[in-house]
Design a protein. Structure first.
Length: 350
């Protein structure tokens, strides 16, 4: 199903300042109760983020502002494809995507407005669109989760290419049908080119990489010693420790270079060009970048906060300032179709 939605978005892509800066305005538009003399604006959000995570924040925003917010939930690629299909008739005001590639796809199709500087400047330039059309709300680092009973950090490779060496034969897991892995491969293509990406994928397959359905399954396999290490998003380790085994012999390893293995992807948000409620949409984005919302993301999913000050991180989480992320515009991860074709061509996807 994920592959179907992703391909649908990619095929559609082949066819195809909100606010004035007021003197004395604060850095972010603060959430304020709606005036009793004015009706609250209705706001429609298309969300690729799960309702269990986003729902409580939306309810809090509604309670604080009096703005009526309706949310349509679905797969990130499916929601973006729907917006492209709807064209200028889309009723959506805000797109909340799980992946920067989908945000980039909408931006490159001309469907996202440029956000106010006040919102953009709340987030490090690494984690927002170069042209200001979307901004990251939380971050997810690619890591190598490993079994600490079987390998120590000093024995782990310096980059993803090291995993193709003979000593890692049959000891590494990946999830090629997973969207986060596909975004990582897209980053590899952007950074090193399609041929290099093909060589790495083929070398991993030749080295008997183990295939899993998703990140959770990889972490489980590493924990029980089925494999020694696996390519995942950083927070799956913390989910496993919290929900299954607090004493599991697991740790995350951050590749020290600035290659694709050090990718930090984002869940982010943008305002649709056809929105009739841009002011309310901007207030929602400001709320998602607020201290309370950022702390919520950090606590609930162990993601990286991208705004706010002194947001408390999950214990043991490597600070963003210590991660040398790849020098790419995350919106350029939008060529999902090319990545899917490459994965299918090398036999990683059947």
């Amino acid at each position: 199903m994920l592959l179907k939605h992703a391909a649908r978005l990619a095929m559609l892509l082949a066819l195809v300042s909100i606010f004035s800066a007021c003197a004395g305005q604060p850095a972010l538009v603060q959430s304020q109760p709606a005036s009793n003399s004015e009706p609250a604006a209705a706001l429609l959000v298309y969300s690729g983020r799960n309702e269990n995570l986003v729902g409580p924040l939306i309810e809090q925003f509604k309670a604080e502002t009096g703005i009526d917010v309706q949310v349509r939930y679905g797969d990130t690629a499916e929601m973006a494809a729907t917006i492209l299909e709807e064209g200028k008739n889309s009723p959506a005001d805000v797109y909340f995507g799980q992946d920067a590639g989908a945000l980039g796809a909408l931006a490159n199709a001309g469907r996202l407005e440029r956000l106010p500087d006040a919102l953009l400047q709340a987030v490090d330039a690494r984690f927002r669109d170069d042209e200001g059309r979307w901004v990251g709300a939380s971050g997810r680092a690619r890591v190598l989760v490993h079994n600490t009973d079987r390998v120590q950090p000093e024995d782990l490779p310096q980059d993803i290419w090291g995993l193709t060496e003979p000593q890692w034969q049959g000891m590494v897991g990946w999830a090629p049908s997973n969207g986060s892995f596909q975004a990582f491969v897209s980053a590899l293509r952007v950074l090193e080119g399609d041929e290099a990406a093909r060589r790495w994928l083929e070398a991993m397959i030749a080295n008997e990489v183990k295939v899993y359905a998703g990140n959770s399954a990889i972490v489980e396999a590493v924990a029980n010693g089925e494999i020694t290490a696996g390519l995942v998003n950083h927070y799956y380790l913390y989910q496993h420790l919290a929900q299954k085994d607090a004493n599991a012999p697991l740790a995350n390893y951050y590749f020290p270079g600035s290659g694709a293995g050090a990718l930090i992807n984002v869940a982010g948000v943008g305002i649709l060009d056809t929105s009739q409620n841009k002011a309310a949409a901007g207030r929602l984005i400001a709320f998602l970048l607020s201290q309370e919302a950022q702390q919520y993301f950090a606590a609930e999913t162990h993601e990286y906060p991208l705004a706010g000050q002194n947001v408390e991180l999950t214990p043991g989480l490597l600070p963003l300032s210590q991660i040398a992320t790849p020098a790419i515009d995350l919106g350029n991860l939008d060529d999902l179709q090319g990545t899917l074709e490459l994965l299918q061509a090398v036999g990683a996807l059947n």
